[in-house]
Design a protein around this ligand. Structure first.
Ligand SMILES: [Zn+2]
Length: 392
């Protein structure tokens, strides 16, 4: 009797112990899933998707590329947007190495801005309101050679060039850049560098007034834009040019998608607050797979908090239908930022990077993109490592 009683009690005890065991095991699993830092062999935990704009390869050997990519992967980069010019062999070679290291690989190739080359007819370049061609009289800098988006020859050239890259099995997708007109208004952080005050649209920076653009616009709207005193006040003329860029994007989206490849683009922040106004990108109308707004706060004389504001605008504008990856401009030499006059060397300091990532993610970004990993200092990487293993 005594024994029986004991045995029953003991059974209860074992049952109790087992329950405790599963409760503890469950608790441990929950804790493991929420642990911020992933330890080797542990359960996979959340990480901010990280992209990087990178270019090369210069004279780097395969071994050097492999070591560089392995390092970036270890530091948390998932996908490279890689500029290797327009050389197919470069993308084949570098893409193969990047993919072997577990990185996604997109070919980052400028669209409307093209170096002078044999395949490009001098007459295909955009013309400003003064009648000057971006072929021999480019705006701002000597290599600002933009093409006209109306011309069939330009479209054929772009289709051919991107098709050959999208055909490569080493390439996951096409990353468009300079998919726009030249800056009709320069970002305010650049005014001093170029000695300009861009309070309105000036003829030297306003494109494209080639015969094809102006006559197509007249046929469509009835307006002879060359007769208008202030074309910046004609909404139809603005919309006509937004549509020209959107049309090029549609054509290239088709090129990528028909080959089963992704297509995405570096865009100006906005689209409404900045991109449409200064580079005529109405990118909320584009049917690409992801958007990479260049939320480069220093170019707009803004702080890291502003990155959250423009990220929210972007996500809202595209109704959160596609990923918005927040582009972050990194300061390569933090100690010199205060005295550096060239804004190209400004950018996020290590102490601003966490806020930039948090603001991006809390306002709906699907990831962040570094411009560029080479500009990251040891201090930046330390902050980065802590910031990317958090769920915002
Ligand atoms: Zn034109």
């Amino acid at each position: 009797m005594k024994n029986k009683k004991f045995s029953k009690k003991n059974n209860h005890y074992i049952f109790y112990r087992l329950n405790r065991f599963y409760l503890v095991l469950f608790t441990l699993l929950v804790v493991a899933c929420n642990t911020p830092r992933q330890k080797e062999g542990s359960i996979k935990k959340y990480k901010v998707p990280c992209y990087a704009w990178s270019s090369g390869p210069g004279s780097a050997t395969d071994e050097e590329l492999k070591a560089n990519f392995m390092n970036l992967k270890t530091k948390g980069i998932d996908v490279l947007l890689y500029n290797g010019g327009q050389n197919y062999d470069t993308y084949k070679r570098v893409g193969k190495i990047a993919k072997a290291e577990g990185l996604g690989f997109h070919a980052w190739i400028p669209t409307m801005k093209q170096n002078l080359q044999e395949e490009l007819n001098p007459e295909w370049y955009a013309v400003n309101r003064k009648g000057e061609s971006a072929y021999d009289k480019p705006a701002y800098v000597s290599n600002y050679h933009f093409l006209c988006p109306s011309l069939p020859g330009v479209k054929d050239y772009l289709i051919d060039m991107y098709s050959k890259i999208a055909d490569l099995k080493e390439v996951d997708g096409i990353h468009l850049d300079y998919i726009r007109f030249p800056d009709v208004i320069l970002a305010p952080g650049l005014w001093e560098k170029y000695g300009l005050v861009m309070d309105k649209e000036y003829p030297s920076y306003d494109y494209c007034y080639c015969d094809t653009c102006t006559s197509n616009f007249k046929a469509q709207s009835g307006i002879d834009i060359t007769d208008v005193k202030d074309p910046s006040q004609v909404q139809e003329w603005k919309q006509f040019r937004y549509n020209l860029i959107t049309n090029i994007v549609s054509i290239l989206t088709d090129v990528a998608h028909r080959r089963g490849k992704q297509i995405n683009a570096a865009v100006f922040p906005g689209p409404n607050s900045i991109a449409k106004k200064i580079v005529r990108q109405e990118w909320d109308k584009w049917s690409i797979d992801a958007f990479f707004p260049m939320n480069y706060n220093d170019f707009y004389l803004e702080d890291a908090k502003w990155i959250g504001t423009v990220t929210k605008e972007a996500v809202t504008a595209i109704k959160n239908n596609k990923p918005v990856i927040s582009g972050l401009f990194i300061c390569p030499d933090p100690a010199k930022k205060a005295t550096e006059t060239d804004p190209e060397y400004h950018g996020l300091l290590p102490e601003e990077l966490e806020e930039a990532i948090r603001e991006s993610m809390q306002n709906g970004a699907a990831g962040i993109c570094l411009f560029t990993p080479d500009r990251m200092t040891e201090e930046h990487w330390k902050v980065f490592e802590n910031a990317i293993y958090k769920k915002y």
